[in-house]
Write a protein that binds this ligand. Structure first.
Ligand code: ANZ
Length: 815
């Protein structure tokens, strides 16, 4: 046995031993409380990068900590293996996506093992395995049977370079570019499959059962975008109904014109002959704009009069109907009543086109003689209604409710809620995904593939050409099949599913990845579910984290689970940046490669550094110098753990001091592990290292106190640096494995600081007595005495002339 710390040697040794002894097999054990710790599964893109290490090793430390706390911990790992990059790599490198993907998985598995994490590889799941996507397809069918999956012809966002449709979430930025390649997205009409996420809009807004970061809840809330107001029906002069959604029914009397989205179905019918040319030209132009362009508030307003008029149902006013691109067809009913006095966009529009502006909400302090409004007055809380018939005089704060009730009574409108959330578009015109298990029969339409025929296998022999359609479309054998209902020739669906579908339910598949009869074993599910602690990046706040919540709610309806939320607690880690403080990227040349670091320092040092260099939720720039601190720590721990200690003299005070430190550090590290404050946990462990180093030099603490401190040091460090602690634990003759030991508990009495009673005098008279920590220096004691309320009272604001400190006893303030 070598006596110097050689991380590579001991890390390989223990990883092997752990596997041989199945130390991290995670099986049902009803005698212990369970804890399902989950970290977001990686996409097998090639090499494991430092970001993976940053996401996974602190999560692993937390899972290990929970295990030592007595929980039966499940901490699985897998691969989100379908998706575009594999297919793009296939086209570029003339390889097969499966080959590319599985080679990457093998490499990443090896790299993941080098972390020394407690993953149970028996539970690993790979979403591109037929054994997995069989159940992805099975879920699709379930959703279809429940009416939660449906097909519709729709204009979809389409990336012309990747040649695929994109979900709304995959379109980024004001210029609406493709998330992956940055190409501006265009619109295209295709038959697409959707999941009805909107059925759960209301429930998705309820976060009461989960402890998730405020930020994520706010992002999801905004994404779902709930608005309350009323639907009101206007009519054209000719009698065609026009439904509008408004958040301000109290401003109905101020509606001086209407605006339809250029795509609104009524436009063609109502447009007058005189306006036809202008209207057609405008519609043509609007088609080139994206919804984001159209919604941008500071864009110059444009629009065209249709030549038609509507009647305002509350006061019979005859108002012109315009079309304008700031009204979107995708929201509400695609038509609005315009109230220029109280809506900024309508105000601008009315100003530009010389339309009437009628004030119906009177701002406090304004009077009839104040002239025209200089801007829209938009307050919902201050002011009262004017020019509003029987409602004039009503406080604006009450008016929405009152007017809505009146509209309902009159049959003109009703209270309504609108959401920004759209149904989830899951069709992808690509090969490398789970095939949608549907065939199209001339007689029976879209028919789901029977369960016995699942999975619908992806054929291997396809041509990869970026044609804009799935390569499956050109695979004769794949597309031609028979209708499961009538046996007539039928065609298979050639689109595959969005990979977010695969990752919406992976936490369930981990429970029994080899199960051929269920998506997951119900017995495993009853024991382990739901996920107790989820960790991952904030970039998934809206897509994945909404989809998986939707999925779980649908699974509840399927009778597969009994709970409402997939993950009870969520923690978002920050990002490791390059040394230059910028996001790591190959082009900047600031990428930190974990493999080389593990070679040089060992996995334990890399893990410790990652947990030490910044708050985990914040992250920060990598620092090659900074890693030396954790490296020194582990070298010192090695020294201390292998040292033979024999006291020279045994001093009660020194022994007490070391024990106090030991118990204080247990308390601190425990609290920090609970709250994910890993950097301060490592700092506390460093303090214990310092205390031990001193004690060793002085050799003046008892053998028992020394042993207690060293064992504690190893136990507290075990989740963070699992290999070195295992090795030292063994060398100290302790039972295998340190990772199965109970987490140390502190004794409050031992941890308590010694205190003394400090007497505070003012001009020689005792004015206060304070309990303060023993061993403080004179300056600290002086400050405590000066800030005593009682002393301050006697000082009456005067400046002390002199402050005399008698160490350990007394402070005299002289004025
Ligand atoms: C009249 C009104 C008066 C409005 C007023 C606001 C203020 P949120 O909060 O986003 O739900 N609107 C309705 N449908 C629209 C569409 N398809 N495209 C563009 N704008 C639309 O906004 C709802 C408000 O946005 C609605 O209330 C409507 O304008 C407009 F003093 O109606 B409001």
């Amino acid at each position: 046995m070598s006596n110097t710390y050689n991380p590579n040697e001991i890390e390989a040794k223990w990883q092997k031993r752990w596997e041989e002894t199945e130390l991290y097999r995670q099986v049902i054990d009803k005698s212990r409380p369970k804890h399902y710790a989950l970290t977001m599964l990686p996409y097998p893109s090639g090499d494991l990068h430092i970001g993976h290490w940053y996401a996974m090793t602190p999560s692993d430390a937390r899972a290990r900590y929970m295990r030592m706390k007595g929980y039966n911990v499940l901490f699985p790992m897998g691969f989100d293996a379908f998706g575009l990059p594999a297919e793009n790599a296939a086209i570029k490198n003339r390889t097969h996506p499966a080959k590319w993907t599985y080679a990457n998985i093998e490499r990443m598995r090896r790299q993941l093992r080098s972390m020394g994490a407690m993953f149970d590889w028996e539970r690993a799941a790979v979403s591109a395995d037929p054994a997995y996507y069989k159940w992805t397809q099975w879920f699709f069918k379930k959703l279809m049977a429940m009416g939660l999956a449906y097909r519709k012809l729709s204009a979809v966002d389409f990336c012309p370079l990747c040649n695929t449709t994109l979900a709304r979430e995959q379109v980024w930025g004001e210029d609406r570019h493709c998330e992956r390649c940055g190409t501006p997205v265009i619109k295209k009409d295709l038959e697409q499959w959707f999941f009805k996420t909107t059925d759960y809009a209301e429930e998705l807004l309820d976060f009461s059962q989960i402890e998730w970061p405020e930020r994520v809840k706010v992002m999801q809330t905004n994404w779902i975008g709930r608005s309350t107001g009323a639907d009101v029906t206007f009519h054209t002069e000719q009698g065609d109904p026009i439904e509008i959604f408004t958040t301000r029914p109290d401003t109905l009397w101020g509606a001086t014109f209407m605006v339809l989205a250029p795509e609104h179905p009524l436009v063609d019918k109502i447009t007058s002959a005189a306006q036809r040319g202008a209207v057609d030209t405008y519609i043509e132009q609007a088609q080139h704009l994206t919804d984001i362009d159209r919604e941008t508030a500071d864009r110059e307003k444009t629009g065209v009069f249709t030549g038609a008029y509507a009647i305002n149902p509350v006061n019979q006013a005859r108002i012109p109907i315009w079309i304008a691109d700031y009204v979107l067809m995708s929201y509400g009913s695609g038509a609005i009543m315009a109230v220029p006095a109280h809506d900024e966009r309508d105000f601008e529009f009315a100003r530009k086109f010389g339309l009437d502006i009628v004030e119906v909400i009177r701002m406090p302090g304004r009077s009839d003689t104040d002239g025209e409004l200089g801007a829209a007055y938009t307050s919902k809380t201050e002011g009262h209604l004017v020019n509003s018939g029987a409602f004039s005089g009503t406080a604006v704060a009450e008016a929405i409710g009152k007017v809505t009730a009146w509209l309902e009574e009159k049959g003109i409108g009703k209270g309504a809620v609108n959401y920004r959330l759209r149904d989830w578009l899951i069709s992808r015109q690509r090969y490398w995904g789970a095939p949608i298990p549907v065939v199209y029969c001339p007689e029976h339409g879209a028919v789901p593939v029977p369960d016995e025929q699942l999975p619908v296998m992806l054929p291997e022999d396809v041509e990869f050409m970026p044609t804009g359609e799935s390569p499956l479309k050109f695979h004769e054998e794949f597309i031609h099949t028979e209708c499961p209902l009538c046996g007539q020739p039928a065609l298979r669906e050639t689109d595959t599913m969005d990979t977010f579908m695969c990752s919406s339910w992976y936490q369930y598949r981990y429970l029994s990845p080899h199960d051929d009869r269920h998506p997951f074993d119900p017995e495993e599910g009853t024991y382990w579910l739901p996920v107790d602690q989820y960790t991952g990046g904030i970039e998934h706040a809206t897509m994945h984290l909404i989809y998986t919540r939707f999925f779980t709610k649908a699974m509840r309806e399927m009778g597969l689970v009994t709970f409402d939320e997939p993950m009870m607690r969520l923690y978002n880690q920050g990002m490791v940046l390059g040394e230059d403080g910028e996001k790591m990227s190959k082009s900047r040349g600031n990428v930190v490669a974990p493999d080389a670091l593990v070679q040089k320092y060992g996995a334990d040092t890399v893990r410790t550094y990652l947990m030490f260099f910044a708050r985990w939720d914040q992250g920060g720039p990598w620092n090659y110098d900074g890693i030396k601190g954790p490296q020194r720590l582990l070298n010192d721990v090695w020294e201390l753990g292998t040292a033979v200690y024999t006291p020279h003299t045994e001093e009660a005070a020194a022994t007490r001091t070391l024990r106090r430190k030991t118990h204080q550090v247990i308390r601190k590290v425990t609290e920090d592990m609970e709250s994910f404050s890993f950097n301060t946990a490592v700092a506390a462990i460093m303090e214990l290292r310092n205390a031990l180093t001193e004690a060793r030099k002085a050799a003046n603490v008892s053998q028992a106190a020394w042993n207690e401190a060293v064992d504690t040091l190893l136990l507290l460090l075990a989740p963070i640096a699992p290999h070195i602690t295992e090795e030292l634990w063994a060398r100290r003759g302790q039972a295998y494995s340190i990772h199965q030991q109970p987490w140390p508990v502190w004794d409050e009495a031992v941890a308590k600081e010694d205190t003394i009673t400090l007497v505070v005098q003012v001009n020689g008279r005792v004015r206060d007595k304070l309990d303060v920590a023993a061993g403080l220096d004179d300056e600290a004691v002086k400050q405590i005495a000066l800030s005593s309320d009682k002393a301050q009272g006697w000082l009456e604001g005067k400046q002390p002339r002199k402050v005399i400190v008698v160490r350990g006893k007394l402070v005299n303030i002289v004025v």
